[in-house]
Design a protein around this ligand. Structure first.
Ligand code: SAM
Length: 283
């Protein structure tokens, strides 16, 4: 695991309060990578990532889903509208909570969705509240990841599933230059730490879950950053970032760093599916 202790939750919240509109303008309603198979448009590639996680997680109509770090509600609305799930989204950001609720209304799924502003590391739900805990690109921002997985496992019903996509620490990180690259990503993108595939498998297993599937999508997602870099270069976003704060500038400056980290496998991008064992019948 690579850690960046200078990141604070205040900065993470501030980033999403300020930048949600820019994410939407630059990238669309999903704040996550695209998953490419060929020459699809970025919007289609983003949708593909959501749909692929949905298939791998075997999300069913009527499932009660917790969307941890729900952003503008892109996944939550997809799961409600296309699959017929009942979704609770949690985000640190008030702007995103309002955005997601309004968007759900616009898509006609406000009765199947609710959006809470809260900290996934402190929010409380009764044990067994959800059939699925879903999270795309939020666990990077969590400070105590093992504790989060223990709590999230408790929120699942026996037989429930966890479906996660995450930015990961990759290979060869005993080389200081490679470790520095990942540290720079953590600093620029406000991640207190990045765990590896093995770290995530370990945290899930310690939480009592059975890891069923892991997919390495590194080579199918890195194009995201080439496209974002080109879009920033062609727009006035950098000028706007300078007017906002130093973190926004640092964020834009680190697009090449993350792109190189993926290409050299100092970072990886992964999907993990895990199941909570069903309770055994006592004789
Ligand atoms: C990269 S965005 C991903 C958003 C969304 N999952 C998507 O795919 O469009 C990260 C999200 O995690 C949320 N987040 C970060 N730390 C969080 C925390 N401690 N509790 C709840 N949400 C958090 C942010 O507010 C943001 O919505």
């Amino acid at each position: 695991m690579i850690s960046c202790p200078s990141v604070t939750q205040r900065e993470i919240r501030g980033h999403y309060e300020l930048s949600t509109l820019f994410y939407w303008l630059l990238w669309g309603r999903h704040i996550h990578h695209g998953l490419w198979e060929g020459d699809e448009s970025p919007a289609q590639a983003q949708q593909q990532l959501t749909e692929t996680l949905c298939q791998l997680g075997r999300i069913q109509p009527g499932n009660r889903v917790l969307d941890v770090g729900c952003g503008m509600g892109g996944s939550s609305i997809h799961l409600a509208k296309q699959v017929g799930c009942e979704v609770t989204g949690v985000t640190l950001s008030r702007v995103q909570q309002t955005w997601a609720s309004t968007s759900a209304l616009f898509h006609g799924v406000s009765r199947l969705t609710r959006f809470l502003r809260g900290d996934a590391e402190r929010v409380e739900f009764p044990p067994g509240s959800f059939d699925v805990v879903w999270s795309i690109e939020c666990t990077e921002h969590l400070f105590d990841k093992p504790a989060f997985f223990r709590r999230a496992a408790d929120w699942l019903v026996p037989g429930g599933r966890m479906a996660i996509c995450a930015w990961l620490a990759g290979d060869g990180l005993d080389d200081p230059a490679r470790a520095r690259q990942v540290y720079d990503v953590c600093e620029g993108f406000l991640c207190p730490s990045l765990g590896s595939f093995d770290d995530y498998r370990g945290w899930m297993t310690e939480a009592g879950l059975i890891v069923e599937e892991t997919c390495d999508w590194t080579d199918r997602v890195w194009r995201t950053w080439e496209i974002c870099r080109d879009r920033v270069a062609k727009s006035r976003v950098r000028w706007l970032a300078k007017c906002l704060d130093k973190n926004s500038v640092l964020f834009l400056d680190r697009f090449d760093t993350i792109l190189n980290a993926y290409k050299t496998k100092a970072m990886r991008y992964g999907c993990l599916i895990a199941t909570k064992p069903a309770e055994r019948m006592s004789r």
